[in-house]
Design a protein around this ligand. Structure first.
Ligand code: URA
Length: 199
């Protein structure tokens, strides 16, 4: 199956994911799951946590306040968002933007695993502690898990079934929304990502 068809199949499966506890919320609130968007051959894949209110309304990842900060970081490092692929671990919005529950991560992460296998990014930039921890554990790097402020901007090389991949854990952009100091710190991590992209 080609990449576009394989990704479309994932979308259809998530649309019908009635066994997810978040499916009921989706239907009750007349919103959408957020599957992911961007280049299906992207070198860089961003993985966030879960959709927020704007994302669930539009079905697009990182289109709200956190998304504006992500866009700012990308423009500061000269990376075109359209050349990347952006998704989340959890594809439906948890009520009131609460942290995702482990069982929600368990339900949605197999879709993320398939997206990674299809897109085959060389660099996976995680946004926030949930996706950092998920990816490190998945890649057999559980011993490298640290608080996200310590991991931010680091580079971890690992192997997948399609080749080697570099994981760059980054702070979640939402962390910098009310804090200008964090904004500079956030950007520092993105500069490290830029160095990896340029290699
Ligand atoms: N926060 C996330 O983790 N993902 C989004 O898509 C939006 C906000």
């Amino acid at each position: 199956m080609d990449k576009d068809s394989a990704l479309k199949k994932i979308k259809e499966e998530i649309l019908g994911l009635e066994n997810s506890p978040l499916y009921k919320e989706r239907v009750a609130n007349h919103v959408f799951p957020v599957i992911g968007e961007g280049d299906h051959n992207a070198k860089v894949m961003f993985i966030g946590e879960a959709p927020g209110e704007k994302e669930a309304k539009s079905g697009r990842p990182f289109c709200g306040t956190a998304g504006k900060l992500l866009d700012w970081c990308l423009s500061e490092i000269g990376v075109d968002r359209k050349e990347t692929y952006i998704t989340n671990i959890v594809k439906d919005r948890p009520p009131k933007n609460r942290d995702p529950y482990p069982e929600e991560i368990d339900i949605y992460s197999p879709f993320l695993d398939r997206q990674i296998d299809i897109i085959q990014p060389e660099i996976i930039a995680t946004l926030g502690r949930f996706s950092a921890e998920y990816m490190l554990v998945k890649m057999g790097l559980a011993d490298k898990v640290r608080p996200i402020t310590q991991l931010h901007g680091s580079v971890l090389q690992t192997k997948t079934n399609y080749g080697s991949v570099r994981i760059v854990p980054l702070l979640h952009p939402a962390a910098a929304i009310h804090n200008p100091t964090q904004k500079n710190f956030l950007l520092e991590g993105f500069k490290s990502l830029k160095q990896e992209i340029s290699r």
